[in-house]
Design a protein around this ligand. Structure first.
Ligand SMILES: [Zn+2]
Ligand SMILES: [Zn+2]
Length: 143
């Protein structure tokens, strides 16, 4: 197969993917118990967990996922007007170069979030990577 244009390759892939899916489905129908055991094992395996996390990300990236994500975000904003305001002000300040992002204060990672200890001071943030940001919130929740 792999020749011709990108479109042709994609069509080929699609065609064989449909066929593979159909074969899999037929096998599953004929071996329901076995399939269930395999499925359960797969879902609990690290690879299965990773695949599920990935498909969730893909879903979020797709149109319906984006909409759902937007809806979630709006709901969150309605519930947290003060936090929303702080984030908006901070993002604006970053865009204008008033505030600049810094590497995670704990591990030095480059991809960071601005964490507010006090939402009434939108520009006073601690820069934390996703992991350390989540940890910080956990610590705050516990008091
Ligand atoms: Zn970190
Ligand atoms: Zn935070």
């Amino acid at each position: 197969m792999p020749h011709a244009t990108k479109e042709a390759r994609r069509a080929w892939y699609q065609r064989t993917a449909d066929k593979r899916r159909a074969e899999k489905r037929a096998w599953r129908d004929a071996n329901r118990d076995k399939a269930r055991v395999i499925e359960r094992k797969w879902r609990r395996s690290p690879a299965g967990k990773l695949a599920r996390a990935r498909s969730k990300i893909r879903y979020r990236a797709g149109d319906s996922g984006k909409e759902a994500h937007k809806k979630d975000a709006r709901k969150w904003m309605d519930k947290n007007p003060e936090k929303t305001r702080a984030h908006r002000i901070l993002n604006y300040a970053i865009k204008r170069g008033v505030v600049s992002k810094e590497p995670c204060w704990i591990c030095g990672a480059e991809r960071v979030h601005g964490h507010h200890r006090d939402y009434s001071k939108p520009l006073q943030v601690i820069w934390l990577c996703h992991r350390h940001h989540m940890e910080e919130h956990q610590i705050e929740r516990q008091g």
